[in-house]
Write a protein that binds this ligand. Structure first.
Ligand code: ATP
Ligand code: MG
Length: 474
């Protein structure tokens, strides 16, 4: 058993939720170890507002249940306790767990993929089973210190995402962590440790082994946090996108001027992020997923007689590959069908559709990304329709940016491609069958500046060269 480093917390305690503080104190008074843990501690240390507060404790679920009458045990395989407060607040209390990959268990396992994760453990074991060092910090409410078993505090200071333990092993255990690395780097504006980037390149194909619903959920999380542009850039640059959504990745490979597909996609994502920040809340999943696929969908429809059918055919393998829930899949199809009607002004009937608002939002973002103020004004009913009917093809694809690009990614033309050929061929219906430049091999070492040492050693507050998570196009 190693000793944890103790650090004085650098955030203001007033930023803690008083209900959570009381909850942890009550557990401690009942003789249990209890800490705030995970995303909330990380976010507070990085100066961000935590999404929610999670508590980890030595108390077993039934002990927690006995202390808090307003609680219930949830989960069958691994039991957690939800403690309910007024105004529908729920705080999750988890008993310390250990990694299932103990020596005996590992010997029985052919591979490293974790299939169950439900053995109780100590606080240190609980820290070590977590994914990244910045997610394994425990805040002790009683004395205001941070308990650090894995070197998370130095990583917070250098603003780096680093796995706990050997990165290849950790990604093989659970490939969804690959996407989590991208998510944290994008939404918190962190660098990724160079060894971790190398491990991501080496293990990205393993994403196919992960449960499809988890992959889909993680993709949505990349889209929700107001940093979708940076997230998709990182996912593309590390080749994860070539595994998950080759249809989109090959568009991003096509870099160039203002009208280049990569520019169009990143500008659309920038508009989405801008809207997310304005609303201070994520948009609906149907909108998020349609926006993500919108540019490839337009390309798939190009020159097709029945554009809606072409779009459906294009979507089908994606929907299957990611086990997209029916609500989202239906939503994408409906929006695609509504798009020409909205653009041509034949929207009287379309207004009755339950997806009308979602379709309108997607088109607003799209036209804003294309800097087509006139079409945007027409769509929003602020300007009369043109005499000729617009179609998905003439209306949307014909639009050219009227203003110079406010944002171009400086590293786009420079960086190397990471998509292995096998990945590209995994997308049978992808129109573009190969990127314009030959992909590098899967084992290539990372040489890019943003994710290399330069990025990880940069001081807090400075930015890497990729698309920024917060700035929106003008
Ligand atoms: P967010 O703010 O996006 O919710 P989070 O860090 O709270 O970030 P969660 O998915 O809510 O992320 O997970 C809570 C904690 O559980 C994480 O901080 C991490 O310590 C641990 N965790 C989550 N997923 C994994 C995983 N796949 N492998 C190991 N640990 C994980
Ligand atoms: Mg969380």
């Amino acid at each position: 058993m190693s000793q944890a480093a103790r650090h004085r917390a650098t955030f203001d305690e007033a930023r803690l939720d008083p209900d959570v503080t009381r909850l942890v104190t009550r557990l401690a008074r009942a003789g249990h170890e209890a800490y705030l843990v995970g995303g909330c501690v990380r976010d507070l240390l990085l100066g961000k507002a935590p999404k929610d507060f999670d508590v980890a404790t030595s108390a077993r679920p039934e002990d927690v249940r006995a202390i808090f009458r307003n609680s219930r045990i949830i989960g069958r395989r691994f039991r957690l306790v939800h403690v309910m407060f007024s105004n529908r607040k729920v705080i999750e209390v988890a008993t310390f767990r250990r990694s299932p990959q103990g020596e005996a268990e590992q010997a029985r396992d052919e591979d490293l993929l974790i299939r169950s994760d439900n053995a109780f453990g100590t606080v240190e074991e609980d820290a070590r089973r977590r994914d990244f060092t910045i997610n394994a910090l425990f805040y002790d409410v009683e004395d205001g210190t941070i308990l650090d078993f894995c070197g998370g505090m130095p990583d917070i200071e250098r603003r780096a995402v680093r796995t706990i333990g050997e990165p290849v092993t950790r990604f093989l255990e659970d490939p969804v962590r690959l996407l989590r690395a991208v998510k944290f780097a994008a939404k918190l504006d962190l660098g990724i440790d160079p060894d971790v980037v190398d491990a991501m390149l080496a293990t990205r194909d393993q994403l196919r082994l992960a449960a499809k619903p988890r992959l889909f959920e993680e993709i949505l999380r990349l889209m929700r946090g107001g940093a979708s542009r940076r997230a998709m850039f990182l996912a593309w640059e590390t080749g994860l996108l070539h595994v998950l959504l080759p249809e989109l990745a090959v568009l991003l490979d096509d870099v160039g001027d203002d009208a280049a597909p990569a520019t169009r996609v990143f500008r659309l994502l920038g508009e989405l992020d801008h809207r997310t920040h304005q609303l201070a809340a994520p948009l609906d999943d149907v909108i998020l997923f349609t926006v993500l696929l919108f540019e490839p969908l337009l390309e798939a429809c190009e020159g097709e007689g029945d554009r809606v059918a072409a779009a459906m055919e294009f979507c089908q393998p994606i929907l299957e590959r990611l086990a997209v829930p029916r609500r989202v899949a239906d939503g994408v199809r409906r929006i695609v069908a509504l798009t020409p009607k909205l653009l041509s002004g034949r929207s009287a009937k379309a207004r009755e559709s339950e997806h009308y608002q979602a379709a309108l939002t997607v088109l607003e973002l799209h036209l804003a990304a294309r800097r087509d103020k006139k079409a945007l004004a027409r769509l929003q009913g602020r300007e009369p329709l043109p005499p000729a009917r617009q179609t998905l093809s003439s209306g949307v694809r014909g639009v050219r940016p009227s203003a110079p690009l406010a944002w171009t990614c400086p590293s786009l033309p420079r960086i190397s491609r990471f998509a292995p050929r096998s990945v590209i061929s995994w997308a049978p219906r992808c129109r573009r069958t190969s990127p314009r430049r030959p992909p590098s091999t899967a084992t290539s070492r990372c040489t890019r500046s943003w994710s290399g040492t330069a990025c990880c050693s940069r001081r807090a507050g400075s930015r890497p060269a990729g698309p920024s998570s917060t700035a929106a196009p003008a």
